[in-house]
Design a protein around this ligand. Structure first.
Ligand code: HEC
Length: 111
């Protein structure tokens, strides 16, 4: 039920984006800095890692993507884009709480 509700929200966000409305979530800057996200990612250009826009595009309509990505952000996991997996949170800047992972993934998927 909750997952269904979340999917509706995501679908709404996708519609808003395709209608040309500005980006959804504000950047959680402190978390992004602490976890060095922008060391490997940019918002719109693939660099060492896929861009956040590519990631949002790929997962926007995928059920349970939010939960899968939160888990991956905290603990790492196998690569979905190429050969290089993303290092887990402890190797990026310190442990990441479930709540903070949720905030980050919501932000990425709103790009
Ligand atoms: C050391 C480099 C590095 C840092 C730092 C980094 N990433 Fe990544 N990230 C990667 C790479 C490489 C991939 C592609 C991994 C793959 O193929 O699944 C990736 C993939 C992702 C994905 C998609 C995962 C998937 O399964 O498709 C998300 C979401 C993501 N990063 C978010 C973040 C966020 C948010 C931060 C900061 C909290 C961050 N990354 C920090 C290198 C990094």
């Amino acid at each position: 039920m909750i997952a269904l509700f979340r999917n509706c929200l995501l679908a709404g966000a996708a519609l808003a984006l395709s209608a040309g409305v500005a980006y959804g979530e504000p950047e959680p800057t402190a978390l992004v800095d602490q976890q060095h996200c922008m060391f490997c990612h940019t918002r719109d250009a693939p660099f060492l890692a896929p861009s956040f826009q590519q990631i949002a595009e790929r997962y926007r309509d995928v059920p349970n993507a939010q939960r899968m990505l939160e888990h991956k952000l905290r603990l790492g996991g196998k690569a979905h884009w190429g050969d290089m997996p993303m290092p887990p949170a402890v190797e990026r800047g310190g442990p990441l709480s479930a709540e903070d992972a949720h905030t980050l993934v919501q932000w990425v998927l709103s790009q």
